[in-house]
Design a protein around this ligand. Structure first.
Ligand code: GLN
Length: 447
């Protein structure tokens, strides 16, 4: 049924880079045979799932929506994919994204732009735009994305679904093609919190193949989900309601906060004084790490290689010049500069110090409140092409999501109403490290 929907609507939505119908049916039949044999089934038995094209899938092309990996077929699965297969899920295809997860609209895909199912002239958000759009359009019930500075929460908000950015270290990054290793996390897109909680149970936990994954028990999120938090204190950061916030988004978020108050929650104004530096810090840290991570794409080991014959250095530079898109090249140059001998202490090292201050702000806030709530994105889905000529305007779209990644904490976006134009609005709930359980329960109180 889902394959039929994909066939009917994906020529309009363009969420998928790759759909492997035969392989999906084969997996589904294998699960069905297992069911008939009476063998115990996994928690996601037979459920189709789409995977962002930045996560390695054995035997299935993984392009990062880049020309440089156009024909790259990984010889192994990312750990999250392995865990999904073990849970008997059916991998149905790979989704479109901003090239190497750099962007907020999927317009940086080297192939095509995914459309927002609520309005086809608008972007679905990004960088996990394909994963968000395919769930919103009911092409699949659930999907996986990645979030380095908002790439799960922002498209979830713009497409009217649920998306979580887990605590750094909660989910294995093994087999996730790295953008910024100290910020990247994998997380699920779903229609509701129960599905999201279940998927988090499947993908979370220590993985010996990722030394940054943490060995703490994974709570049964699904079991506690329906228990509201008593004496809930919600931090409302004044910096998240300033200039640049669309008035309709503001009104919806404030209405949601009222709803929490009605349920007995206490609202407390908090301050995240260093969040004003978050975008600047992010574009130094993320680009620095990207410039290093993307050094591996040189046309020798795998991926695209320029057809122009030349010496080693010219082969490298032609390959990278032809294989990477404009935004990726811009970031490699920015990051290389930030790490250079002349700029390192003025930019990169300073950014690391301010990153610590941003984290400290949250530590202070979480001493007084259980969670911090605000908008996910300053505006609803914008028109295609509206921000492509102005990278800074595009970067500012992540103003509320980025500090969560810099601090390594958990964040979720859930739907909270619509604009007059019937575009979805997202509510962002942030919680301290490894407080996903509490975050889910707070989210459920509103859902
Ligand atoms: N939009 C941000 C960027 O362009 C965040 C992307 C992400 O989270 N992968 O880097």
């Amino acid at each position: 049924a889902f394959l039929n929907t994909i066939q009917q609507v994906d020529s309009k939505i363009k969420a998928f880079m790759t759909v492997e119908a035969d392989k999906a049916l084969e997996q589904a039949r294998a699960v069905d045979a297992k069911r008939k044999s009476g063998a115990p089934l996994g928690a996601f038995a037979g459920v189709p799932i789409a995977i962002k094209d930045v996560l390695c899938t054995k035997g299935t092309r993984t392009s990062c929506s880049s020309k440089i990996l156009e024909n790259f077929v990984p010889p192994y699965d990312a750990t999250v994919v392995t865990r999904l297969r073990e849970a008997d899920a059916v991998i149905i295809g790979k989704t479109n994204m901003d090239e190497f997860a750099m962007g907020s609209s999927t317009e940086n895909s080297a192939y095509f732009t995914t459309r927002n199912p609520w309005d086809l002239d608008r972007i679905p958000g990004g960088s996990s735009g394909g994963s968000a759009a395919c769930v919103a359009a009911c092409e699949v019930p659930v999907s996986l994305g990645t979030d380095t500075g908002g790439s799960i929460r922002q498209p979830a908000a713009l497409c009217g679904i649920v998306g979580i950015k887990p605590t750094y270290g909660r989910v294995s990054r093994y087999g996730l093609i790295a953008f910024a290793s100290s910020l990247d996390q994998v997380g699920p897109f779903t229609h509701d919190l129960m599905d999201n909680a279940l998927l988090m149970e499947i993908i979370s936990g220590r993985d010996p193949k990722d030394s940054t994954s943490i060995d703490t028990p994974v709570p049964k999120y699904t079991q506690s989900l329906n228990t509201p938090i008593k004496d809930l204190t919600i931090g409302v950061p004044k910096e998240f309601f300033g200039e640049g916030l669309d008035s309709e988004v503001e009104a919806s978020v404030k209405a949601a906060l009222k709803e929490y108050e009605k349920q007995g929650a206490k609202l407390k104004e908090v301050s995240l004084p260093h969040s004003k530096y978050a975008v600047a810090v992010y574009y130094l840290v993320a680009t620095a790490e990207a410039s290093s991570n993307l050094a591996r794409f040189e046309g020798m080991h795998y991926g695209y290689r320029t057809p122009t014959k030349g010496d080693l250095v010219s082969t490298y530079s032609k390959t990278r010049g032809e294989g990477f898109g404009k935004e990726v090249q811009r970031r490699i140059m920015l990051g290389t500069y930030a790490l250079s001998a002349e700029a390192r202490s003025d930019y990169y090292l300073k950014a690391l110090k301010v990153r610590r201050l941003i984290k400290n702000d949250f530590d202070v806030a979480f001493k007084e409140c259980d969670v911090v709530i605000g908008p996910t994105s300053p505006c609803a889905a914008f028109k295609m092409g509206e921000k492509t000529e102005n990278p800074l305007a595009m970067y500012l779209n992540d103003i509320y999501t980025i500090s969560c990644n810099l601090a390594g904490i958990a964040g979720i976006s859930i739907p909270c109403g619509f604009t007059k134009n019937k575009l979805p609005i997202g509510l962002q709930i942030l919680a301290g490290p490894f407080e996903e359980e509490k975050m889910f329960r707070v989210a459920r109180m509103y859902e």
